[in-house]
Design a binder for this molecule. Structure first.
Ligand SMILES: C[S@@+](CC[C@H](N)C(=O)[O-])C[C@H]1O[C@@H](n2cnc3c(N)ncnc32)[C@H](O)[C@@H]1O
Length: 197
């Protein structure tokens, strides 16, 4: 999917209507997209979640690269953007609210995922919602699963660190605004129990 002028106008219009939920005035740059997927090996992925798809800068990469047997679960709260993505990428499954994530993952044959890609504007959420979604991401990941999240500040690093332990951070200046990318790996622990509770 090419981002056309209408997509960008709708994204900007949505930002004006609901700045906290949208979190940015324009979609992410190709530089940020490249950095978000730098550590992802699609050949190994059986299931992937994207949170906050927007106009689909990252969704496109997921749709074009996952294997035909892999599941892509895409969450976007804006119904206009979600409907457009649904039409464009029939090989992916679409949902609205990231807070539904654990319930939806629990309905899968294998109730956990390999990778979560997040663009959610955590800094604009209440502490309670921030913590809930971060914990849900941790719960739905397989042991050795991976979260890649971008943010415009380092605010979430501590929360991710407290869940995942080590977090590796990179910075992408060529984005509006410049962004931090957090790579978090869920350490495999044999005592962990699935499906998620
Ligand atoms: C900063 S934009 C990122 C859009 C796109 N991924 C990009 O990088 O250009 C954040 C997106 O998250 C969506 N969003 C915010 N809260 C959400 C939630 N609770 N569940 C699902 N999507 C949400 C917004 O509607 C918005 O499209």
């Amino acid at each position: 999917m090419n981002l056309n002028k209408n997509d960008k106008i709708h994204f900007f219009y949505s930002f004006i209507q609901s700045p906290k939920r949208i979190g940015s005035v324009i979609p992410s740059s190709s530089y940020l997209a490249k950095e978000m997927f730098r550590s992802i090996n699609f050949a190994e992925i059986k299931s992937i979640i994207e949170l906050g798809a927007g106009t689909g800068v990252f969704t496109k990469l997921i749709a074009e690269n996952i294997s035909s047997s892999a599941k892509g679960l895409i969450f976007e709260q804006d119904s206009i953007m979600q409907n457009k993505l649904k039409e464009t990428y029939p090989n992916l499954n679409f949902y609205s609210n990231a807070l539904e994530m654990t319930n939806i993952v629990n309905t899968l044959d294998e109730p956990y995922v390999d990778v979560v890609i997040s663009s959610l504007p955590f800094a604009n959420f209440s502490r309670e919602i921030r913590t809930q979604i971060a914990q849900d991401i941790y719960k739905v990941l397989k042991p050795n699963g991976k979260l890649v999240a971008f943010q415009y500040s380092r605010q979430m690093k501590h929360t991710f660190q407290s869940l995942f332990g080590h977090v590796s951070t990179s910075f992408v200046p060529l984005n509006i605004p410049p962004a931090f990318v957090f790579n978090c790996n869920k350490i495999a622990q044999s005592t962990e129990k699935y499906p998620v509770e």
